[in-house]
Design a protein around this ligand. Structure first.
Ligand code: FE2
Length: 252
């Protein structure tokens, strides 16, 4: 009896080796499952982003003046995020947020989006809802929570004069501060129903004047440096007579 107890409590070397092999095989299997799940998760994320991109394209079809705007803002935001030393995962999110920043305009009436001339107070109220609508559209996707914040706050201004929450300084998420710079530049250098494009240099000077006032100083410095290295392609620039920066300052 004592011998049986001893053998159960202290398994032989062979038993231990077999148990170790089983444990090791189970561990390997778990790692393979984890890799599969990780791969599937990445695949789902890509599919979700593709679907959202489809929605962004639908918006550009609805509002011809913003055609190409999302792509350019996405690409510039990504480059600025890299230049500011954000981690690769953060760079990816900021790039996607730049691409999708105006997705909420899908909920703004076309009569407002396409209006020539100034918006009245009621139309502005509708237009100003687009960051919130955009953040709501992407909110079901947990992996994109940081991106949703960048979308929600891309019209905030460093001095607290922006919308929807009037956040100021570093209370504005870094992704939103980056997208804001790319958005303002692209809006300034694009023809819109309510004004003509500004020349590139005038737009860069405008950004420099706003650095530390309404726009993040480091993001502006990085954007201007990148723009001087390789000028962003924009078919609108110079296509029509430029208007004064005063009239072109606020992207919708
Ligand atoms: Fe916007």
């Amino acid at each position: 009896m004592a011998a049986r107890v001893a053998s159960a409590a202290f398994p032989s070397g062979d038993d231990l080796a077999a148990a170790y092999r089983r444990l090791s095989a189970a561990y390997e299997q778990t790692l393979r499952y984890a890799e599969d799940v990780k791969g599937l998760y990445a695949q789902v994320q890509r599919s979700v982003c593709q679907s959202l991109l489809g929605l962004a394209n639908a918006l550009e079809a609805k509002d011809a003046y913003t055609r190409g705007h999302s792509d350019r803002v996405g690409a510039s935001s990504r480059s600025v995020a890299v230049a500011l030393g954000l981690r690769p995962q953060e760079v990816e999110i900021v790039g996607q947020a730049g691409l999708l920043h105006d997705i909420g305009k899908i909920g703004v009436p076309e009569t407002v989006l396409r209006k020539h001339g100034e918006l009245d107070a009621q139309e502005w109220a509708l237009m100003r809802k687009h960051p919130l609508i955009g953040a709501q559209i992407v909110s079901p996707f947990e992996f994109f929570a940081t991106g949703a914040l960048a979308i929600r706050h891309h019209h905030e201004r460093l001095d607290g004069s922006g919308y929807p929450d009037g956040l100021a300084g570093e209370a504005i998420p870094i992704g939103a501060r980056i997208v804001a710079v790319a958005d303002v530049y692209d809006a300034l250098t694009s023809n819109r129903p309510y004004r003509a494009a500004l020349p590139r240099e005038a737009a860069l000077e405008y950004l420099a004047r706003q650095a530390g006032r309404t726009l993040d100083g480091r993001a502006v410095a990085a954007f201007v440096a990148l723009a001087r290295e390789s000028p962003p392609a924009n078919p609108h620039v110079g296509a029509r007579r430029a208007l004064a920066a005063r009239d072109a300052a606020t992207p919708r």
